[in-house]
Every structure is written in structure tokens, then in C-alpha cells.
Design a binder for this molecule. Sequence first.
Ligand SMILES: Nc1nc2c(ncn2[C@@H]2O[C@H](COP(=O)(O)OP(=O)(O)OP(=O)(O)O)[C@@H](O)[C@H]2O)c(=O)[nH]1
Ligand SMILES: C=C(OP(=O)(O)O)C(=O)O
Length: 274
Amino acid sequence: MPAWSGDPHRHRGRVCHVTQEGVDGQPRTRPLGTGPSPESRPVSYGRDVAGRLPQRWIVLLPLKRLGAAKSRLEHADRALLALAMATDTATAVAAAGTDVVAGVLVVTNDPAASAAVEAGAGAHGGAPVLAVPDLPDRGLNPALRHGARLAAGRWPGHGVAAMSADLAALRPGELRAALLAAPRSGRAVLADAAGTGTVLLCAAPGSELAPRFGVDSHARHLRSGAVDLTGALGAGVPGLRRDVDTVADLAAARLLGVGPATSAVLGTAAANAG
Ligand SMILES: Nc1nc2c(ncn2[C@@H]2O[C@H](COP(=O)(O)OP(=O)(O)OP(=O)(O)O)[C@@H](O)[C@H]2O)c(=O)[nH]1
Ligand SMILES: C=C(OP(=O)(O)O)C(=O)O
């Protein structure tokens, strides 16, 4: 039986055409709605057609203080959801394969969120998940520049990738596909589901991340020289492109299947409402 039985998005082999070996072999053993699981082993290790090992990346996940996060999400459990989605995002990123993702840096000034995401995502194995303070504390782009500097100092030779921490339906294989598709020099960008925002910005070793997140960030990243991955990856990575800002976004993520932390918060909310 197909492992993602019941989930229409999981029957199309949608990531197969953009990746090396490994993604296709990803065990998909979870039922719809539970998202990435600890047992998920999404990868195998391999070289590309030129015989090269993959570029390894440090992934930055910026996270606002939970009290201020997700202001557009009209939900009674907004702060809990922000934390749960960040935990699910970090868990999926860490599970993308340590040959591609060498580490996850959560950049946040929320101490409770730091501990919870490190523990929640770290419990599932894969790449190490480390929270670091957002020292600039001046918004998203300064937080990312700070994270990128830390990453370059601590992991020279690695690429740096910035993502949104609200990708509740992200699958490890989707990120793996995107990072394997990113060029080994310069910057690359992937648009969100709406096509206007950015869910992934990559800077290969030797390039500045130069983040321009905010309104129309996809176009701004393109104008600043980033290569567009959106056409190549397209509809093949729906969970990666599905950032969650509104209740409509959350409904769309639930259709794809959210991760276990988000699923638990939504389940509790539904039980309380009933
Ligand atoms: N560390 C840090 N992360 C941030 C900051 N601003 C936004 N983020 C994170 O960046 C990602 C995208 O953020 P936004 O969409 O601007 O904010 P949000 O909290 O997700 O949603 P809204 O409040 O509705 O704008 C999310 O993972 C946020 O938590 C910041 O000033 N510092
Ligand atoms: C910050 C961004 O997204 P959003 O505000 O939609 O989370 C962005 O896409 O650059």
C-alpha cells in the first residue's frame, strides 16, 4: 500500500525528477495529517552524476518571540502553533540527511522556544539543532545576517540556507530536493505558494546570504542576483512552499499533512472546542 495513502500529494512522485538517489527511497510510513515522524529516514547517501558529494548546508530558522509571532493567524492557540510549527519545521529540516544538512540554527530571542525546539527537533536525530540568540533584535533580515555570520564562522565551507520557521507541512525529502537543486556558487531562491514571498534562500560558500525577506521578497531576491529554483521545483515541493501566516494557509497545510507537533496542538484545540 502506498505509504501516503489518502494524501493526493504523495502519489505523484513529485520530488523524483529533481533529486539524486535517496528521495525516492524515502520511507513514507505516516498516515495523512501526522507529518514527519521520528522513524522517517528520508535519505540515502550518494554522489551526483559528476561523482561529487553534495554541498552541505547550515539551515537558519528565524523565530520571533512567541508572544509576538503569527500576528496574522487568527487562532486562539497562536503562540502554541508558532512554536509547534517551528518544531515541525526544524524536525523536518534536521531529517533531510546529514550529507546535505549539517546543522540547523534556530535564531530566536525566546528562551522557552529555544529550549522547546532544540529538545523537540533534537529528539528525532539527524542533523544537530541549536538555538542561538537573535543578538541584533532588529527584525528578520538582521537576525538572518547574524545567523549567517555565525554559521560561516563556525562551519566554513558550508552553504547557508534561510527558511521560514512556519512550514508545518514540510517533508524532509522536499528540502533535500531543493538543496540538491541549489547551485554550488552564488545564491538561489524558492518562492512561497503564493509566488511572491520566499520560503528558502540559499547562499553557497563564498557568497553572502544578503537576505531581503519582507513584502515581495521573491522578486527582491531575484533582483539581487539569486537564481530562481521555483520553476524547477514547482509543485513538487508543496510542503516546502506552504508557509503558514493565516487560517487559510493553515487549512492548506493541513490538507498536505502537518507535522506531529502542529497536529497535536490542533487536536487539543479541536477537543477543547468540542
Ligand atoms: N529571530 C527573528 N525571527 C523573526 C523576526 N521576524 C520574523 N521572524 C521569523 O521569520 C519568519 C517569517 O516571519 P513573519 O512572517 O515576518 O512573521 P510571523 O511571526 O511568522 O507572522 P506575522 O506576525 O503575521 O507577520 C517566521 O519564522 C518568524 O518567526 C525577528 O525579528 N527575529
Ligand atoms: C517574510 C516573508 O514572508 P511572510 O511575511 O509571508 O511570512 C517573505 O516571504 O519574505
